[in-house]
Design a protein. Structure first.
Length: 104
C-alpha cells in the first residue's frame, strides 16, 4: 500500500510530510487541549517530541528533494511555509501529486 513512498526521495519526502502534518494536527487539536484543560502534560511532551523529529526530517528531505529535483526557490519556500500551517503539508502533497500526474 505504501510501497511507492519508498521508491524515491520524493516519495519519502511526501510520506514524512503527511506524518508531519498529522503530528501537527494531533499536537494542536488533541495534545494541547489535554494539557491545558485536563492537566495531562505528557501528551504535549511526547507528541511535541515526535512532531519535532518529523519537522526536522521534513526540513532535511526538503533540502534533498530541492537539490535532486531542481525545485525553484519559490516552491521550496511554499513547501517550508506549508509545514508551519495546519493542513499545509496536505495541500502541498496534493500539489506534488498533481505535478507528478502531469509528467506521466
Amino acid at each position: 500500500m505504501f510501497k511507492h513512498f519508498f521508491d524515491s526521495n520524493l516519495g519519502k519526502f511526501r510520506l514524512i510530510a503527511i506524518m508531519e502534518g498529522i503530528s501537527y494536527l494531533f499536537l494542536l487539536c488533541i495534545a494541547m487541549p489535554l494539557k491545558y484543560k485536563f492537566g495531562f502534560e505528557l501528551a504535549v511532551k511526547y507528541t511535541g517530541w515526535m512532531h519535532g523529529i518529523l519537522f526536522v526530517a521534513y526540513g532535511i528531505f526538503l533540502l534533498i528533494v530541492w537539490k535532486q529535483y531542481k525545485w525553484s526557490f519559490k516552491k521550496v519556500i511554499f513547501a517550508f511555509t506549508a509545514s508551519l500551517i495546519p493542513f499545509g503539508t496536505f495541500v502541498f502533497d496534493k500539489q506534488l501529486r498533481n505535478d507528478n500526474s502531469e509528467k506521466k
